[in-house]
Design a protein around this ligand. Structure first.
Ligand code: HBI
Ligand code: FE
Length: 298
């Protein structure tokens, strides 16, 4: 999502004039227009309606804990009071994409960066940059879960290490296939928890119900080697058995030996199934094949 050529102009070399040294800005909640608050309400209403029976329990609990059903764009000052209490996380506003090291440093210190702008009415279904609906509705409910909060902070520390090792490309795939597009196996069935899915009307249905994508049991090494597409619904989803298990295979694991091991192994193409995969659904890939043009792959 963050390597698209068109987006690169939004990654400044240094914080813009109105930003602090750590790239944060004031959310300036009072300056949102009535129309912008209403855009949030429209997006919120249609996601909220479909999430029972689809979203992970931790996500649904997060919505309640954070009182996100209150109309309008959330005021970070209010949101942070409850979030801080729950897991020590807070949300800070940024003007757009921030450099990788800045992003990781915020995560490592339990600060989740959120764009402070909201999409325009004509972009309700699709936009390239993460706006406040994606960042707050999509990401923040899971951060109210202590296990997921620990995972994200560890990801920030891991990101800083990956920058030193030169393995950011591999580590970014972990973020993509968990934080953005992860599925979880719950006792009642498969559920979504990735922010890219839960904040998308179409993908919330596609990821669980469509016959097209592969659904494969999460395996760290496999995920670190797997390419992803940034322009359309995913062709692979990886399923974690539980948040505890996600912590066990990530936070409690030293990635350096894993990076070393996969250094000479080939990347895995987006829709490919490999030996050793525990396949829950072998997708038809019909949806991806029905689209013309090449996927934009990272
Ligand atoms: N900046 N605002 C913002 N949001 C992100 O999710 C983000 C970023 N900068 C870099 C970045 N993500 C990537 O480093 C990670 O996805 C790997
Ligand atoms: Fe995101």
């Amino acid at each position: 999502m963050f390597s698209e050529p068109e987006l690169e102009t939004h990654v400044y070399d240094k914080p813009p004039a109105h930003a602090n040294a750590d790239w944060t800005i004031d959310q300036d909640w009072a300056s949102y227009s009535a129309e912008e608050h209403e855009t949030w309400d429209i997006l919120y209403a249609r996601q909220k309606e479909m999430l029972p029976g689809r979203a992970a329990q931790a996500f649904l609990d997060g919505i309640d804990i954070l009182n996100l059903s209150k109309p309008g764009i959330p005021d970070f000052r209010e949101l942070n009071r409850v979030l801080m209490d729950a897991t020590g996380w807070e949300v800070v506003a940024v003007p757009g994409l921030v450099p990788d090291d800045v992003f990781f440093d915020h995560l490592a210190n339990r600060r989740f960066v959120s764009g402070n702008f909201i999409r325009k009415r004509e972009q309700l279904d699709y936009l390239k940059e993460p706006d406040i609906f994606h960042d707050v509705f999509g990401h923040v409910p899971m951060l109210a879960d202590p296990r997921f909060g620990d995972y994200m902070a560890a990801y920030g520390r891991g990101g800083l290490r990956a920058l030193k090792f030169g393995t950011l490309k591999q580590l970014a795939r972990l973020y993509w296939y968990t934080v953005e597009f992860g599925l979880i196996q719950e006792p009642e069935g498969l559920r979504i928890y990735g922010a890219g899915i839960v904040s998308s009307y179409g993908e919330s249905v596609f990821a669980l119900d469509d016959a097209s994508p592969n659904r494969i049991e999460f395996d760290l090494e496999r995920v670190l080697r797997t390419e992803y597409r940034i322009d359309d619904y995913q062709q692979n989803y990886f399923v974690i058995p539980s948040l505890d298990e996600l912590l066990r295979v990530t936070v409690e694991t030293d990635f350096k030996p894993v990076y070393d091991k996969i250094a000479d192994m080939p990347d895995i193409a987006i829709a490919k199934i490999i030996d050793g995969d525990e396949v829950l659904t072998k997708g038809t890939q019909e949806y991806a094949q029905s689209k013309s043009g090449d996927a934009i792959i990272v």
